[in-house]
Design a protein around this ligand. Structure first.
Ligand SMILES: C[S@@+](CC[C@H](N)C(=O)[O-])C[C@H]1O[C@@H](n2cnc3c(N)ncnc32)[C@H](O)[C@@H]1O
Length: 254
């Protein structure tokens, strides 16, 4: 992901006064938590955004806008984008939250290229989704885009999201849909084999994108995601299919 090459600021284990004033956080995996999957993301980083546009025919932008909208993040909120990658959801969330006089912490390459005044409110943090460096009940909204599927311990990640959310606040978790419809599963599988992998091969990333298929089959269905959220403590959880059932977004309310 492009953001992995950007300047990443560190964060204290318990946020200090400056961090408390900040309203927006975007977390990607720390090097200490690096494993095979992190190596994979580093390899696809240079072409990740371009391939997303090509493979989804630009649709991923709409799905990400929906994910952010369903998080109910609003002006003045303190929000978290977990597994931020190159920051698509982070930039969208930043626009929702607004400027509100927050500090500029990091000037990432992409942040500079796409600069808007509200992007001053973003703080990029290197951390682990399985041990978020934030206090309990800290955020007004959390988004995760194509991240939970890649986290090894999903129940723990969900419990962490629950922990850092304020009561009544929402998490919006966008990802590929592990459909229970045979038609959708076959279409998804066909597209990965015949469109995604061949296209990625042109960039020398055959194996990296083959991983997509196995990661979806090892992911959770909408119903299972709803159960996961409820087990983590969320009072309500609903999974919505997007993109003709190829994608899905879990909305969970603490
Ligand atoms: C496919 S990218 C998603 C990027 C971006 N959110 C998007 O929607 O385009 C998955 C991201 O999840 C991150 N990730 C995977 N496991 C993680 C963990 N345990 N903690 C934090 N980030 C993690 C990876 O580093 C990678 O940036």
């Amino acid at each position: 992901m492009a953001a992995l090459t950007a300047a990443i600021s560190s964060t204290p284990a318990a946020p200090g006064p400056a961090a408390r004033r900040r309203r927006f956080f975007a977390v990607r995996c720390s090097s200490s938590a690096a494993d095979e999957r992190q190596v994979l993301f580093s390899r696809i980083a240079p072409v990740y955004d371009h391939l997303n546009d090509v493979l989804s025919l630009g649709q991923h932008r709409t799905w990400k806008r929906i994910c952010v909208s369903w998080s109910r993040a609003k002006r003045g909120d303190r929000v978290l984008d977990l597994c931020c990658g190159s920051g698509d959801l982070a930039f969208l969330l930043s626009e929702k939250v607004g400027l509100d006089g927050q500090q500029l912490q990091t000037a990432a390459n992409r942040q500079e290229q796409r600069w808007k005044p509200c992007y001053k409110n973003i703080k990029w943090i290197e951390g682990d989704a399985l041990g978020l460096p934030f206090a309990d009940c800290y955020f007004d909204a959390v988004t995760v885009g194509y991240g939970l599927r890649n986290v090894v311990d999903k129940p723990k990640a969900m419990r962490e999201i629950f922990r850092v959310l304020k009561p009544g606040s929402r998490a919006s978790v966008l990802d590929f849909n592990k459909s229970s419809s045979l038609f959708t599963t076959s279409l998804q599988s066909w597209m990965i084999d015949n469109v995604v992998v061949p296209l990625a091969s042109g960039y020398g990333l055959t194996e990296e994108y083959k991983y997509l298929k196995s990661s979806i089959s090892q992911y959770l269905t909408g119903k299972e995601l709803e159960e996961l959220a409820k087990e983590a403590g969320f009072s309500a959880a609903k999974h919505y299919e997007l993109g003709g059932g190829l994608m899905g977004d879990l909305v969970a309310t603490r």
